[in-house]
Design a protein around this ligand. Structure first.
Ligand SMILES: [Zn+2]
Length: 222
């Protein structure tokens, strides 16, 4: 059975075919450390008709696609989630029913967003699948990059900038750039929200929790 999904970054429609045992076996032969690469393969392989390479999809499109296929292929869509509580400071663990995501409205943009910053010198845009794959390669490379190196690489990709060129900016211009980028983040929002709340069993009071999205949890390896 085929099913259709509208990509929230652009309103473009893609069609998935039914998942077979062979697909799942093929998936199992892929390196589990390279989740983004496996996700690209999965989202491309299962498309039927004209294939829109998921390296071109936004990160949010890919998340939605994986969740959608997860619902189509799994009976059990509950996962254990743990978080640090705002009220008692302890860690709590609860079972989140991801089925709530299926009821949520998906925010779709009319066209691929590109927002000019610093008078058009840079363009703020969503991360694409190809960016996610490159960032994953960087994370797995040796010597292991620091968190701040990764953060900087993410910023450069979101701005479509060459990291070396970005490093040569004055610190004042860079701060201005980041401030401008942050003020436009709302306009970039699309896809499905993974936010939920959980009530503290000790003291009451809710904490906002972002449901973790680990790609491997959504890939049905056999
Ligand atoms: Zn608590």
């Amino acid at each position: 059975m085929e099913s259709k999904l509208t990509l929230p970054s652009s309103g473009r429609e893609i069609t998935f075919r039914e998942v077979t045992v062979q697909d799942s076996l093929d998936l199992s032969s892929m390196n589990p450390d390279m989740e983004e690469r496996a996700a690209t393969w999965w989202l491309n392989t299962l498309q039927t008709g004209e294939v829109f390479d998921s390296r071109e999809w936004s990160q949010e499109d890919r998340t939605l696609g994986l969740i959608y296929l997860f619902f189509l292929t799994q009976d059990d869509v509950k996962r254990r989630v743990s978080y640090s509580c705002d009220h008692c400071g302890e860690r709590h663990t609860f079972t989140a029913d991801y089925a709530i995501l299926a009821q949520r409205e998906v925010k779709t943009l009319e066209s691929w967003p590109e927002i000019p910053l610093l008078e058009g010198q840079y363009q703020l845009r969503p991360l694409r699948g190809s960016d996610m794959e490159e960032l994953e390669q960087m994370r797995l490379s040796k010597p292991t990059p620091t968190d701040s190196q990764i953060r900087f690489a993410v910023i450069a990709k979101r701005l479509g900038a060459d990291p070396e060129e970005l490093k040569s900016l004055s610190l004042t211009s860079y701060s201005q750039l980041i401030k401008e980028a942050e003020s436009h983040l709302d306009e970039m929002e699309h896809g499905v929200s993974l936010r939920t709340t959980h009530e503290c069993p000790e003291k009451g009071g809710e904490t906002n929790v972002s449901l973790p999205f680990q790609i491997n949890d959504y890939l049905p390896r056999l």
